[in-house]
Design a protein around this ligand. Structure first.
Ligand code: NCD
Length: 308
């Protein structure tokens, strides 16, 4: 049985297969409308979410399956003190696959260690968020035509942003990738990402504080929200919350074919005026996320590709 807890759970070839399947689904979604008939996904969200939960649920419904689950810890037995390990054993009697989001880093890994069904990490604390990365890679590959030879700027909260950690891990597998990491000093990438991914694989990267200084070099700009809920002190959050605002003045300094991605939700880091620029693809990215998750569910459940 396979789980999807970090990007490293799939080999580079398996990533390519997933992205190819997402592509086939995007080109003809109706063909996949019954591949998961009779299957259920459980979405176990111990932390708020709009996109990720609804994206998994839409993906399963699009495949012909159905959905059970909860969307806050308060509405589940966790409020009575049940452990994640017990919850997943129970859910395994009801559903065929589960997507779990939890504020504690590692909680989906604990669940997977006892789970009778595949577990997808839908975000664990400030650690990893691999299905967002699948969405991000699918968006980049679809709109740029490649995952190699790209200068990727990642801007905002690189310390607590779990999407960032998974994205760096996954993109580091491709040749010619160079990262420009743009953040305040206090929100630089964690040392484990630097040591275990960037330095270990000799991936070129630079760390800067000002977006204006580097925006002209980028092929992709991945904006992120300052992760308010992970700060220990509100003063520090208030000091850093408006560190970056991408507006049309900055977009004018960027390449004509740079793409702007954002996992969303956005707070103030992208001015609404940017939404109408054709380089802003963060809403398209949400649609790509559904195809990506359909491919992921099919792969983890070993569902057969329908015949033409
Ligand atoms: C992200 C997350 O939950 O980490 N959102 C998402 O899944 N689309 C990003 C964020 O909350 O800032």
């Amino acid at each position: 049985m396979r789980h999807f807890l970090t990007p490293s759970d799939f080999s580079k070839e398996e990533w390519r297969n997933l992205l190819d399947l997402a592509e086939r689904i995007k080109n003809d979604p109706k063909r996949y409308a019954h591949v998961a008939d009779g299957k259920k996904i459980a979405t176990l969200f111990y932390e708020p979410s709009t996109r990720t939960r609804l994206s998994f649920e839409t993906a399963m419904i699009n495949l012909g399956g159905s959905v059970i689950g909860f969307h806050s810890a308060d509405s589940s037995s966790v409020s009575k003190g049940e452990s994640v390990a017990d919850t997943i054993r129970i859910i395994g009697c009801f559903a065929d696959i589960c997507a779990m989001r939890h504020p504690k880093e590692g909680a989906p890994m604990v669940a997977a260690s006892v789970s009778p069904i595949p577990v997808i990490n839908a975000g664990d604390g400030g650690h990893q968020h691999p299905s967002q990365t699948l969405t991000d890679l699918f968006t980049i590959r679809s709109l740029k035509g490649r995952l190699e030879d790209l200068t990727i700027g990642i801007c905002g909260d690189l310390k607590y942003g779990r999407t960032v950690h998974s994205l760096i891990r996954a993109l580091s597998e491709y040749s010619g990738i160079r990262f420009v990491l743009i953040s305040p000093q206090a929100l630089r990438i964690p040392s484990y990402v630097r040591e275990e991914t960037l330095e270990k694989n000799s991936i070129p990267y630079q760390e800067v504080e000002k977006l204006e200084d580097v925006i002209g070099d980028l092929d992709i700009l991945y904006m992120t929200r300052i992760q308010k809920e992970r700060f220990f002190n509100e003063e520090e959050y208030n000091r850093l919350k408006d560190s970056y605002v991408l507006d049309m003045h900055k977009m004018d300094m960027a390449k004509k074919d740079m793409l702007v991605l954002h996992p969303l939700p956005r707070v103030n880091e992208i001015a609404p005026e940017v939404d109408n620029d054709p380089r802003a693809v963060y809403f398209k990215q949400v649609q790509y996320g559904v195809y990506a998750r359909m491919a992921l569910i099919m792969t983890l459940l070993n569902l057969e590709e329908p015949s033409c």
